[in-house]
Design a binder for this molecule. Structure first.
Ligand code: HEM
Length: 373
């Protein structure tokens, strides 16, 4: 597609276009006025959401609000907590000698971390996971996406938590220091969020912060097991770890691509498209475009030039750049180091399954064995 069909079109079962070249993905993400997010980052025309579903000036309001809820420094301050919880999780299965690392490890780590950040109960959040999966389900038809307003176990639980916080706030009680408290109490430009808005932010952060990071951790462990020479390099020099995380994000972008919609008729590579056409920016393809990365773009190499590696598109680019990137990177670093240090001679015992949701890319199972002391 990059070489021969840089502006690809499909009409069945739904109508949309795709850009795959790095230069095109960069151009679309930069021109947010033409290529807007007003109908959401998915194929569905989804309006009324937050952050990834709005354009400036509303978008700036949303980002300022999230900046109040957590800053990069606050996310990085979670390191000790994350290290401890990852240690405890591994304690639970280390004596088994084998298992599926997705179920045992890569799913629970981000779920527990995001629960703590948001101020939610870990067990409740874990039970809600199938619902979050449904949002990115491969066969979810456009227009059928669960909305925060709908009555689901997730919205009922969020509503109950919001009511509880509002009640505590009105009684002058001390509120926990977490994202939920910020959202419930924040006052920005003289305005407070209503319950539907708080639920919108909570629902988005819960999904944005869990499945994506699950994919990152799983992808990196899998590639290292597949490339023992790269794993040896890493184990002998852990200073390569940050770049290994970036290379994983580049080579195995957890989010394959997201959509934009044009506000007026426009032309791309000689093709004229009408206003309101869905065009997907393929981050995963841009990340392995040889025109940008060079001829070895298709190789997994944790010693790739770090200045170049970090220019990947896994976290998007421009005004919607991922606000959880420091946390995702931190979780991946701590998780991958702990797994290889605690599970000696870790090896694959079968072929991993690829996750079915097509906007996501990663492993849905990771069958492994390790030596028991
Ligand atoms: C490896 C893990 C992650 C990946 C690959 C990822 C990917 C992305 C991408 C591609 C976008 C851009 C959306 C767009 O352009 O339409 C984005 C936005 C966002 N992400 Fe992440 N994300 C990850 C983890 C997280 C985490 C852990 C959090 C929260 C703690 C988070 C919060 C956000 C937020 C708030 C935005 C919206 C920014 C905006 O619209 O201005 N993400 N993410």
């Amino acid at each position: 597609m990059q070489r021969e069909c840089p502006f690809a079109h499909t009409s069945k079962p739904f109508d949309w276009y795709a850009v795959t070249r790095e230069a095109d993905v960069a151009a679309l993400l930069k021109d947010w006025d033409l290529w807007t997010s007003f109908s959401g980052p998915g194929l569905a025309h989804q309006t009324g959401g937050v952050l990834v579903t709005v354009d400036p000036p509303e978008h700036l309001f949303d980002r300022r609000l999230i900046n109040q809820a957590f800053s990069p420094a606050q996310l990085l301050a979670m390191e000790d907590d994350i290290t401890a919880l990852i240690g405890e999780l591994i304690d639970r299965f280390v004596a088994d000698g084998q298992g599926d690392l997705v179920q045992l490890f890569t799913v629970p780590v981000p779920l527990i971390v995001i629960s703590r950040l948001l101020g939610l109960d870990e067990d409740q959040v874990t039970q809600m996971r199938p619902l979050a999966d449904a949002v990115i389900h491969p066969n979810t038809p456009p227009g059928k996406i669960d909305r925060p307003q709908e009555d689901t176990p997730q919205t009922r639980y969020f509503k109950q938590m919001i009511d509880q916080r509002r009640d505590m706030h009105s009684k002058g009680e001390t509120l926990p220091d977490d994202v939920l408290t910020t959202l419930v109490t924040a006052e920005l430009d003289g305005r407070r969020l209503n319950d539907v808005e708080v639920m919108g932010f909570m629902g988005f952060l819960y999904i944005a912060g869990s499945q994506t990071t699950t994919q990152l951790i799983g992808n990196l462990i899998y590639r290292l097991l597949q490339h023992p020479e790269q794993l040896d390099l890493l184990i002998n020099d852990w200073s390569l770890l940050p770049n290994a995380v970036e290379e994983s994000l580049r080579f195995d972008s957890p989010v394959n691509g997201l959509f934009r919609t044009n506000t007026r008729e426009t032309e791309v590579h000689g093709v004229t498209i009408p206003e309101d056409t869905k065009v997907i920016c393929m981050f995963g393809a841009a990340n392995i475009d040889p025109q940008f990365w060079g001829e070895d773009a298709g190789e997994f190499n944790i010693r790739r030039n770090p200045q170049l590696t970090k220019r990947h598109y896994a976290f998007g680019k421009g005004i919607h750049y991922c606000m959880g990137a420091p946390l995702a990177r931190l979780e991946a670093r701590v998780a991958v180091k702990a797994i290889f240090e605690r599970l000696p001679n870790l090896r694959l015992t079968g072929e991993p399954k690829e996750i079915a949701a097509h906007v996501m890319h990663g492993v849905d199972s990771l069958p492994v064995a390790w030596d028991i002391a």
